[in-house]
Design a protein around this ligand. Structure first.
Ligand SMILES: O=c1ccn([C@@H]2O[C@H](COP(=O)(O)OP(=O)(O)O[C@H]3O[C@H](CO)[C@@H](O)[C@H](O)[C@H]3O)[C@@H](O)[C@H]2O)c(=O)[nH]1
Length: 449
């Protein structure tokens, strides 16, 4: 189709976001960069209304003057009128949404094409959206899926059939699967073994079609793990690490709860930062275990607490204001980059792992679901920049032991040195001559070329 007034080149990229957890924001961060690098190309960003409201400020559906070529469109979230989540099953809204795909995206995509007067020339999607392969083929445009989680899990999803075959019959390790030799059977996301519900079914289909993609983009950097990276390069037509996304550019500091001034008053590498990402709330007995372990360690702590801290944490604990600070949200990247932070108690969500590396901070890992166990295994055994909580859940003793190992002594010191080396690699990757910058240029070529 000929160029339009909006797009003199006639290029139009459709972006399909996954509107849960931190997925849409991570994808939008990347898309803004591409849109800035290619101002003559139109970008239509499709996500649910709730997700778009959270990602674009002031209820807008565009970026104002910053990225005038990027416009957001709302897709139906699949929920019937007046639906209120039961709260009993946190994945219920995801499952309802998955019943509406791909029809909800198709119809809005057609509307965006009409509105912008230009058919799409590329489809950039969250990697979860297996249907992107067919949609792009039908339209004869490139399909570029973006993977926002840890790289080992990407191999696991493509190798689901092999993993199911050997599960229970092979030893404890996954060394029969190329690229996954560092992983144990118990690290495999449970969705890989049970594909009866919509979310695991989606992951299975994704693993089957990813090798058809024009290029798969990852929120990681090339030097992070040569074995895993090598395998991904051999399995996919093109694999592009363009991360850490959060460094290009780093978000401005927004610190409404005063975390940074509080950290400024603490000693170097003394503070335990506790956070479990955007949605996880450990069960009450594990919260009690963390409280007791922090008391035992006698270290200052900063806890980004999802939920009602006043109701769920002991009053005496909350009152120890000089030694600890509990906040509903922290500027995590800046917190982990602060010299006072000595350890990060985390669920090992991929963004948290990357941000801990960028800060050079060792971790105490307690994975909860999805690929977090694989990330935790790599933290402990591949990069050796942290430990997983013994027994897989917080108990007072296991948490106190893990904190002691990470904060004190020779072992903790070596972890910090290794984390520092990874920090250098991550920073180097996003420099003007770095591998992630080079890959980003290749991505812009594919998407807008
Ligand atoms: O007080 C807080 C708490 C969190 N964050 C940010 O929130 C993000 C959390 O991301 P992540 O660590 O990846 O956790 P989840 O939100 O739980 O991420 C989901 O998505 C990830 C990427 O696909 C997966 O790796 C995880 O398993 C999945 O739970 C990070 O950028 C943090 O910096 C803050 O800024 N302040």
């Amino acid at each position: 189709m000929a160029g339009t007034e909006d797009s003199p080149t006639g290029k139009h990229v459709a972006v399909f976001a996954f509107p849960f957890a931190t997925h849409a924001l991570a994808l939008l961060r990347l898309v803004r960069r591409i849109a800035e690098a290619s101002p003559a190309t139109m970008f239509s960003f499709l996500s649910s209304e709730k997700s778009n409201l959270a990602c674009f400020s002031g209820g807008r559906r565009d970026d104002g003057g910053t990225c005038p070529n990027l416009v957001a469109y709302d897709v139906w979230d699949g929920a019937p009128e007046g639906y209120v989540p039961s709260g009993r099953n946190p994945v219920e809204p995801v499952e309802i949404f998955l019943r509406a795909v791909p029809g909800n995206f198709e119809s809005v995509l057609r509307a965006a094409e009409r509105e912008r007067g230009c058919n799409i020339t590329c489809l950039l999607t969250d990697a979860f959206y297996w249907f992107g392969a067919d949609m792009a083929r039908e339209r004869s445009v490139p399909w570029v899926p973006v993977w926002t989680a840890g790289p080992s899990a990407l191999i696991a999803h493509m190798e689901t059939d092999s993993i199911r075959q050997i599960f229970g019959t092979s030893g404890k390790m996954l060394d029969a699967i190329p690229g996954l030799s560092a992983m144990r059977m118990t690290d495999v996301p449970k969705e890989i073994l049970d594909a009866t519900t919509p979310f695991p079914t989606m992951l299975y289909r994704m693993g089957q079609v990813l090798p058809q993609a024009t290029a798969v983009v990852s929120n990681s950097f090339e030097d992070i793990d040569p074995i895993v990276e090598g395998e991904l390069h051999s399995k996919l037509r093109k694999f592009l690490d363009v991360g850490p996304f959060v460094l290009s550019p780093p978000p401005p500091l927004s610190d409404e709860h005063g975390c940074i001034p509080w950290l400024d008053k603490q000693e170097t590498a003394s503070v335990v930062y506790v956070s479990f990402g955007s949605m996880i709330r450990p069960p009450p007995h594990e919260i009690t275990a963390i409280v007791n372990a922090l008391d035992k360690a006698a270290s200052p702590f900063l806890w980004s607490f999802r939920g009602d801290a006043q109701a769920e944490l002991p009053r005496e604990f909350l009152e120890r204001r000089t030694r600890g600070k509990v906040v509903p949200w922290a500027p995590q990247l800046h917190v982990l980059g602060h010299r006072a932070v000595g350890a990060f108690v985390t669920h090992c969500g991929w963004n948290s792992v990357l941000e801990s590396m960028i800060g050079g901070v060792p971790m105490v890992g307690r994975p909860f679901f999805g690929e977090q166990s694989m990330n935790a295994r790599a933290v402990e055994d591949v990069w050796r920049i942290g430990v997983a909580v013994e027994g897989g859940a917080f108990t007072e003793e296991a948490t106190a032991d893990a904190l002691e190992r990470v904060l004190a002594g020779e072992e903790g010191k070596r972890m910090r040195e290794r984390a520092g080396a990874l920090k250098e690699m991550a920073l180097k990757a996003v420099e003007p001559q770095g591998s992630s910058t080079r890959n980003f240029k290749a991505l812009v070529e594919i998407v807008t070329g």
